[in-house]
Design a protein around this ligand. Structure first.
Ligand code: XMP
Length: 319
């Protein structure tokens, strides 16, 4: 696509002009945006770039391996895999407020990037895959002035103490354009087509406190839900689908035993840019199948509900 080819060339020139001979650290989240940013920046400045993938313990099943494989095996881009789960999960212990969680996570990301920058002898820039909608939504509410709905860690949530300057080559793009650019840069289709995943990860899909036990339940249930979506051929029709583990237990019956386990909410939406979204109209057989599998296979969940809220008035994530 010629427009993306032109964008790519311009973006490369701009990155070179901004960075000069400085060193850049790029935070990889496992999502499409940061991967595209990393590959683009690597084309622009090569060895001056170091990518840091922070495993904050809030990733989905298999996600860390997928990202590390992609970057180590398919690209010759130096990648630091920072395993920081304990640091993040300890800091989140007992924290229930959504904005407090986002601030803690954003702050720890910066601490990790700073520490990794020191290890390579210092970095002048931090690169992120911030998109246009991230910028807009962190600055103002839809239809209203200057109200923060959520501090995206990669925009409003960065602490002021951060010394590195930001490189955000995708700041003018919408998601579909980033996907085009990703294809232009030769990223595998399966990777480019991945559903968006938020920087704060599963922390914002565990309303109330985040614990290791809850994360394990959520990961397992989410993987089954996505597996059913793929089997039904719906993955590419849906903008984003995920499970949310509610801080509510209900009574159920399994065999002849009483159970008292968590409620899991399933979410799926269609959208073109994430700024507005419609809940996805699954057929009931699909929902029944997914619910039955989750309740049978995941210990700790005995009830499944489906979220039929669009955006607005809901947001896509629950926090
Ligand atoms: P909401 O929940 O605000 O989400 O309707 C819109 C889109 O943004 C994603 N999202 C984030 N992405 N950092 C990110 O990189 C974040 O802090 C963040 N919060 C929400 C969300 O998954 C959806 O695609």
């Amino acid at each position: 696509d010629w427009t993306m080819a032109a964008f790519r060339d311009q973006a490369i020139e701009r990155i070179r002009a901004q960075v000069g001979d400085g060193r850049v650290i790029c935070g990889l989240s496992g999502g499409v945006d940061s991967a595209v940013a990393a590959v683009l920046i690597h084309e622009a400045i090569g060895e001056q770039l170091t990518c840091v993938f922070v495993d904050h313990g809030l990733l989905r099943q298999g996600e860390a391996e997928q990202v590390v494989d992609l970057f180590r095996d398919h690209y010759n881009i130096p990648l630091v895999h920072a395993e920081e789960a304990d640091r993040f999960l300890d800091a989140l212990e007992g924290v229930g407020d959504p904005e407090a969680k986002r601030k803690i996570i954003g702050g720890l990301f910066i601490d990790v990037f700073d520490a990794e920058a020191k290890k390579i002898g210092g970095a002048d820039f931090l690169a992120q895959g911030t998109l246009y909608p991230d910028v807009i939504e962190s600055v103002s509410a839809i239809g209203g002035p200057s109200v923060t709905i959520k501090s995206h860690h990669n925009v409003g949530g960065l602490p002021e103490r951060m010394k590195m300057k930001l490189v955000e080559p995708l700041r003018e793009l919408f998601k579909d354009e980033v996907r085009d650019l990703g294809r232009e840069l030769g990223l595998p289709d399966a990777f480019v087509g991945r559903h968006p995943f938020p920087g704060p990860g599963l922390a914002i899909r565990c309303p109330g406190g985040v614990t290791r036990d809850k994360l394990a339940i959520l990961r397992e249930a989410d993987a089954i839900y996505l597996d059913e979506i793929r089997k039904a051929g719906l993955y590419d029709v849906i903008w984003q689908a995920f499970a949310v583990l509610l801080p509510v237990q209900t009574v159920g019956v399994m065999g002849d035993q009483r159970t008292y386990d968590f409620v899991l909410a399933l979410r799926a939406v269609t959208s073109t840019d994430g700024m507005t979204a419609d809940f996805y109209h699954f057929d009931m057989d699909f929902l029944g199948r997914a619910a039955t599998r989750i309740i049978n296979e995941v210990r700790g969940v005995n009830r499944v509900v489906y979220d039929v809220t669009s955006k607005p008035p809901g947001t896509i994530e629950w926090e």
